[in-house]
Design a protein around this ligand. Structure first.
Ligand SMILES: NC(=O)C1=CN([C@@H]2O[C@H](COP(=O)(O)OP(=O)(O)OC[C@H]3O[C@@H](n4cnc5c(N)ncnc54)[C@H](O)[C@@H]3O)[C@@H](O)[C@H]2O)C=CC1
Ligand SMILES: Nc1nc(O)c(N)c(N[C@@H]2O[C@H](COP(=O)(O)O)[C@@H](O)[C@H]2O)n1
Length: 235
């Protein structure tokens, strides 16, 4: 199944862009990615979670917002040894305008332990706490001061990273603020890989429904255990 997932993803995610930007997340049928008070939910079943790890294994970098790091402390490595050896992992990237990434973050300790690449933190061009920056850099983090202060998404953030770090495929995993911002920004995301889990969360859940959304072109969809995974490109 792991190798099959990887082949399915690679077949449907072919790209001739200099850097390909894939937005991916798991949601309930009613468009929620977490529960009340941002409680983390295990929406993906075993098979679709393996698909997500297969996607991680074919990506050069995995992006999350600082809200997700503070809420969940994700590892962001591809944990299918046959697909992604621990010395060949995607680079974790944190969107962190105010340098709130804790020095104890799992993405940093993964790097220290040799089971993850050195993380990159994207921070604001406007404000930067020099002490925090130095502490992060001392722990091996690469700090890139490129975020504009307006909270808008720009494709240039990723073309810059592609030039500096040779990333060809970047997957963005969330959380809600990041997903909604990207869905309402023109020309940043190329593809969506969305896992839909057969549950309803209700109005207390954390929704990713946005006011402005792109048109999508369906590429393929497939059942993974109880879940359905959709791949679509933006037009
Ligand atoms: N089901 C799923 O697939 C996933 C669910 N989640 C859920 O998402 C929730 C966390 O979401 P949020 O709190 O919204 O945090 P988030 O991870 O979206 O981070 C939000 C922060 O990122 C920064 N940011 C976002 N866009 C920016 C931009 N364009 N420019 C500069 N800075 C920017 C800001 O500091 C903002 O406060 C958690 O409950 C987590 O469980 C997170 C990832 C995946
Ligand atoms: N694919 C997927 N399905 C779910 O049900 C989820 N809750 C998530 N969450 C994302 O995965 C991150 C955890 O990563 P690690 O296992 O710690 O590496 C979490 O932070 C979300 O980005 N994803």
């Amino acid at each position: 199944m792991n190798v099959e997932s990887k082949e399915w993803l690679e077949r449907n995610l072919q790209s001739n862009k200099s850097v390909q930007i894939i937005l991916t997340y798991a949601q309930s049928i009613d468009g929620c990615i977490a529960g009340r008070d941002k409680q983390q939910l295990l929406l993906s079943g075993k098979q679709s979670m393996e698909m997500t790890h297969a996607l991680r294994s074919i990506s050069d970098a995995i992006v999350v917002g600082i809200g997700t790091v503070l809420n969940e402390d994700p590892g962001l490595n591809a944990r299918i040894p046959t697909l992604a050896p621990l010395n060949d992992q995607p680079t974790p990237i944190i969107i962190d305008p105010h340098l709130r990434t804790p020095l104890t973050a799992k993405v940093i300790s993964n790097y220290t332990k040799g089971v993850g690449k050195a993380p990159i933190v994207l921070t604001s061009v406007e404000r930067c706490n020099e002490d925090k920056r130095q502490a992060l850099e001392g722990a091996g983090v690469r700090v890139e001061q490129i975020l504009q202060g307006d909270g808008q998404w720009r494709r240039e953030y990723f073309t810059h990273l592609s030039h500096v770090y040779s990333f060809k495929r970047v997957m963005i995993e969330g959380g809600a603020t990041v997903i909604k911002g990207l869905l309402s920004s023109d020309g940043v995301v190329d593809e969506l890989v969305v896992t839909v889990s057969p549950v309803l969360i209700g109005s207390a859940g954390l929704s990713i429904i946005s006011d402005k959304v792109p048109s999508l072109r369906h590429k393929d969809s497939r059942v993974f255990g109880k879940d359905v995974v959709f791949i679509a490109s933006t037009q």
